[in-house]
Write a protein that binds this ligand. Structure first.
Ligand code: ADP
Length: 304
């Protein structure tokens, strides 16, 4: 199978800060590939290199078989890019934005109608509304429509659903699934676990380095085992007490509660008894579902 994206040993520094550290990664043609990492991991820098907006210090990358430096003009016709920040003209209407982006690529909006029909059907309710006045979810759908106007081979989406409500997020991913069915390769970054799980493969990136590439099930599998949620009336003493238990391997704050990673023979009811004996009130421990943060904490632990 050919690769739609091939990244070989890319390093990019901003002054003393290494934003990308010898990144090698490939995305086969037609795949829905996720790039998962916390803020500052280097995702946007990688997107900017792939979209020819930034040059790497060392290393090479090809997109749709074209080199990001040598073939930068040709690449732009083959890719659709949705940057992290809203990239459309807020004062132009929905229709005007679509026609503007079509004219940039020398196509007519209707040329690739089949590809964008599901998005059009949603946008058709307010063709004359200014883009700036759309809801977050509709803005992202319009941005996706504009990114697809010239029927790119590869879609590069930088956190397209951040800050978008759950229903619109899900609709957006349904649209991505239909685009994948039409053979478009998609590289999408996200910090949502449910979205990561809709990808065929994901790469975990942190501090400019790729930590792992796998299918999401393999990466998340095993996280649920020996992972529990813990809470008590006083959370700080609970954290300290849990750390002192020999069958608790790791314990960290997770939202309003704690997540604990335990040995195989850990028994929650027995742990609640022991913690109560230590003077802690209202202790609750129950199995937790692993999230992306758990994954990164586990990987960071493995690295140490
Ligand atoms: P992400 O998209 O994963 O949040 P970025 O690629 O935006 O990561 O940033 C990676 C690192 O590079 C961060 O530490 C960020 O502060 C830094 N960085 C990004 N752009 C610049 C820039 N233009 N100048 C200096 N530092 C930058």
């Amino acid at each position: 199978m050919k690769n739609a994206i091939d990244i070989q040993g890319i390093t990019k520094k901003y002054g003393n800060l290494t934003a990308l550290d010898n990144v090698t990664l490939s995305v086969p043609e037609g795949m829905m590939f996720g790039l998962i990492g916390p803020d500052g991991a280097g995702k946007t820098t990688l997107y900017r290199i792939l979209t020819t907006l930034l040059s790497p210090d060392t290393g090479t990358a090809t997109v749709a078989g074209l080199d990001t430096i040598r073939d930068y003009k040709k690449i732009r016709a083959e890719i659709g890019y949705m940057p992290e920040r809203f990239s459309l003209y807020p004062d132009l209407t929905v229709n005007e934005n679509l026609h503007f982006f079509a004219s940039l690529f020398g196509v007519r909006v209707k040329d690739n109608y089949d590809l964008i029909a599901p998005i059009f059907n949603q946008l058709a309710k307010f063709p004359n509304r200014r883009a700036g006045a759309l809801s977050g979810g509709m803005k992202q759908k319009l941005a996706l429509g504009c990114a697809l106007i010239h029927h790119p081979k590869v879609l590069l989406l930088d956190e397209p659903t951040t800050g978008v409500d759950a229903v619109s997020r899900s609709e957006f991913w349904d649209m991505l699934a239909t685009l994948k069915e039409k053979g478009i390769t998609i590289l999408v970054s996200t910090s949502y676990m449910d979205e990561a799980q809709r990808c065929e493969r994901i790469a975990l990136i942190d501090k400019g380095r790729i930590l792992d590439v796998n299918n999401p099930t393999n990466l998340v599998e095993g996280l649920g085992e020996n992972l529990y949620n813990a809470s008590a009336k006083d959370m700080y003493p609970l954290l300290e007490a849990l750390k002192s238990l020999p069958d608790v391997k790791n314990c960290y704050t997770f939202g309003a509660t704690l997540h604990i990673v335990t040995e195989d023979d850990f028994n929650p009811a027995d742990a609640v008894r022991r913690l109560s004996d230590m003077g802690l009130a209202d202790v609750k421990i129950y199995p937790a579902k692993g999230d992306i943060e758990d994954l990164f904490i586990k990987l960071a632990g493995n690295e140490e």
